[in-house]
Design a protein around this ligand. Structure first.
Ligand code: DC
Length: 208
């Protein structure tokens, strides 16, 4: 297995930014699993599927092929500009709480990791606990709610807080810090500084 850096954390904690910067620094691939759940949600809404039905949503998850690089597509159709609408922000937490739909997404994520030969930075909510429990490095990112809401721009503080609550209290793979994940608070810290910290950890691990 090639090197996997798995990152979890709440909305706006800096996962996507850090993952992209690390991938660039290390010449690794990047896997944004939140974008995958959002793309599945967009497709369910487009098809008029009941997003509270695990059976209906997992049928869609099995039927479609979601790619995230260089842009987010469902069966080749570009969905990038539909991922962050208020409607999707609400529905994605409902979709992400469905166990069978999650199982289909986890399988797709592991397939993408297996196809990566360069090393992978994967980020989301259950990468360190469920998808890649044996990742080379596991990181749990945090930041204050004010800073996270600020980073989310158009999404309100209440919407971010509501999503965090749903993501961390659901029964299927809730957001939580894995016992062996390193806690990294990104409040007030630059991306460059965080990248060097993680690269230092990786160098320590690989030199031992
Ligand atoms: O990171 P994001 O805000 O784009 O994620 C969108 C939603 O998807 C988020 O509310 C929780 C869910 N999600 C998840 O349950 N598991 C993941 N691995 C990634 C995202």
């Amino acid at each position: 297995m090639s090197t996997i850096i798995a990152i979890d954390g709440p909305a706006g904690s800096g996962k996507s930014t850090l993952a992209r910067a690390l991938a660039e620094r290390l010449s690794f691939d990047v896997l944004d699993t939140g974008a995958m759940y959002r793309a599945l949600t967009v497709e369910c809404l487009r098809r008029g599927v009941d997003v509270t039905s695990d059976e209906a949503v997992s049928d869609v998850a099995h039927a479609i092929h979601v790619t995230t690089l260089p842009d987010v597509r469902v069966d080749g159709r570009l969905v990038d500009d539909q991922l962050r609408t208020p409607e999707v922000n609400i529905a994605v937490s409902i979709v992400a709480a469905l166990p069978a739909a999650r199982a289909a997404m986890v399988r797709a994520q592991r397939e993408q990791a297996a196809a990566s030969t360069r090393g992978l930075v994967a980020e989301g909510r259950d990468l360190t606990t469920v998808v890649f429990p044996d990742a080379t490095i596991k990181i749990f990112l945090t930041a204050s709610l004010d800073e996270r809401a600020r980073r989310r721009g158009e999404e309100s503080r209440d919407s971010v807080a509501r999503r965090d609550h749903l993501d961390s209290t659901r029964s299927a793979s809730p957001l939580r810090q894995a016992n062996d994940a390193r806690l990294l608070d990104t409040t007030g810290r630059s991306v460059a500084e965080l990248v060097e910290e993680v690269v230092g950890w990786l160098e320590n691990i690989t030199s031992n």
